[in-house]
Design a protein around this ligand. Structure first.
Ligand SMILES: [Zn+2]
Ligand SMILES: [Zn+2]
Length: 141
């Protein structure tokens, strides 16, 4: 399997465009970005791009497996370039900060279903919710 993003895009029948590579770079540079934050970063680098275009490019990159979409309940989708290790996320209920958490135990997917219902399971999505250290210390202060 090719690891070059351009090769991956071509292999899946997508054209390699400056926009797609710039969006990928933005997501690689800062994990758990929202689409709005990606748009801001991309605009700083290559000028105007519509939020719809950003969503389209993010969709393509998710489709080819270059980035992963996280969709926490009640918050905008986040995107990250750390794919394929099935890591989990811890999210602050107060400020929305997201951090990576490694698999709970063993190799991915770390949650072995008691009964897999005959499915071939390849991913377990876990989100831990709580309060981040900063919000905790603010609550104390
Ligand atoms: Zn917080
Ligand atoms: Zn992550």
């Amino acid at each position: 399997m090719p690891t070059d993003p351009a090769d991956l895009l071509r292999q899946r029948g997508y054209r390699v465009t400056g926009q797609r590579l710039t969006v990928l770079r933005a997501v690689s540079g800062e994990p758990h970005m929202t689409a709005d934050a990606v748009a801001e970063t991309v605009r700083a680098e290559m000028g105007s791009i519509s939020i719809q275009a950003v969503y389209d490019v993010l969709g393509v990159l998710v489709d080819v497996g270059l980035i992963r979409r996280i969709q926490p309940a009640g918050s905008p989708a986040r995107f990250e370039a750390r794919v394929s290790d099935n890591h989990h996320h811890v999210i602050c209920r107060i400020c929305g900060r997201v951090a990576d958490v490694d698999c709970a135990a063993g190799s991915a997917p770390c949650l072995t279903a008691v009964d897999d219902m005959g499915y071939e399971i390849d991913e377990a999505e876990v989100i831990y919710w709580g309060r981040c250290p900063e919000c905790r210390s603010q609550a104390r202060g």
